[in-house]
Design a protein around this ligand. Sequence first.
Ligand SMILES: [Zn+2]
Length: 582
Amino acid sequence: MAYQALYRVWRSQRFDDVVGQKAITQTLKNAIVQQKTSHAYLFTGPRGTGKTSAAKIFAKAINCKHSVDGEPCNECETCIAITEGRLNDVIEIDAASNNGVEEIRDIRDKAKYAPTQAEYKVYIIDEVHMLSTGAFNALLKTLEEPPQNVIFILATTEPHKIPLTIISRTQRFDFKRIGTQDIVDHMAYILKQINVDFEEQALYVIGRAAEGGMRDALSILDQTISFSDEKVTLADAMQVTGSLTYEMMDQYISSCATGDVEAALETLESILSSGKEARRFLEDLLLYCRDLLMFQQAPKLLAEKVGHLTDRFKELAGQTAAEKIYQMIQILSETQNDIRFTNNANIYLEVATVKLAKSVNPVAISSETAPQAATEDIAALQQQIEHLQKELIDLKKNGVAAKESEPAKPTRTVSNKSTLRIPTEMVYKVLNEATKDHLLNVKNVWDDLLQMMSVTQRAMLKASEPVAAGPKGLVIAFEYEIVCGRAMEDEELQLAVHNNLSRLVNYAPDMVCITKESWPKLRQSFIHQNKDTSSEQSTNEQPAADENHLLADEQPPQEVNNQVVDEAIAIFGSELVEVIND
Ligand SMILES: [Zn+2]
């Protein structure tokens, strides 16, 4: 028999088997028992937390004639057919591969017909955020007039990409990351069932690496089993999950503890660019600091529990004052709070890094550990931190709050509080000569350019993007006004961009800094000014970005009609630059 992946073989078939989502499964069972099911559900949560499993169990439970307490029997013909994916009335769609409007239109047409074999027709649409705007509209029409005996279960890892009009028509369940202990227990259970011996510490290493997703945990476990002889050992698990992560954490915290800002930022950069998610990294850092404290108090206990303490970690625990660790934990938890609602977690993490390294108590460091050459840099960086801290406060007051309200009111006027003077004339000068090719040239080398900059310069440019470019000038839009203001004054940064670009694209545009917020207005007024010369607006354009696409979609239709021209400019604006030059 061909080998089957553990996560397939051990996929939960009953609500009670779904690990770590008790509240959700209980609610669903009750709804089935009391016959109070909704016609549309939205299951959100990180990957591998049981969303699609729960959806399939739900489809079975609601159709099973022998269901007990809301659980499917898993033995009758209906249950078996659903498990094997061959019941016509339970339709699974992966929006990541079927994102066409046609697919959903098809649903609209077919949903009208009563189920043929089962009592309820159940559509399970996975990764529903991948649907195109048109498909969402088609889906919305179906949800507005739900056919009898049809249930939609929409699953997604990214609920913020789903139009509010859809969300408001569903009953929403947020699946949580599964706790490491729950994952470990489940893996231990499976290994016992399949008679594979294991070291418990190995399971903790895998559980942590899986970051709250059971499917990932079982995939790693699969790899580890195929890697080991007979027994799953700690060494095998470390090998498979990559001890690199631990080394990087050691390196990062030790740079912070010794006040080496530059090194800490560099390590952070490589951790983030290796694909680590900022939120998750913060959690790991908090765990790491907690472990440091625990190791200081009860080294043996921690060694037993964690099982992979590096020498560097032990050194750090010995050298770092408990007070300093408490301080770090405080900074980290504050940052965790700050990034809950932002799209730009990385910038907060960079600021936190500087804070962590700055909070160092100079008396506690020996002269050996603080690199002499870096002292001056540190002083300069410390000044920047104060700057950044101030910025962060402003950001909390203005930036974040403003961003949050955007999806609901895309036409919101630009904040009056803005004190930054936008260099309109300079922007116009660039726009006069701008072409799409120039912009594409710059965009193509943008990542390379970032790599050529210093760490702090890179951090500044990270939350920015080139929006228009010509042979002599380049307009860069910054996410945050504060950073934009700093970039305007930073001659070194401007020179670095100028020089490095000249090497990358063979001409040397000067950069003009603006805020992202000001860009649509600037562009619009420039276009109005040049109205007579361009007659064929908003034809042949492609959508600028998916998010804009969705934003536009969330507006009530009548408003869209009234503002069709403005909208077109706001969405397709960057393309208009090309039209003008044609
Ligand atoms: Zn059944």
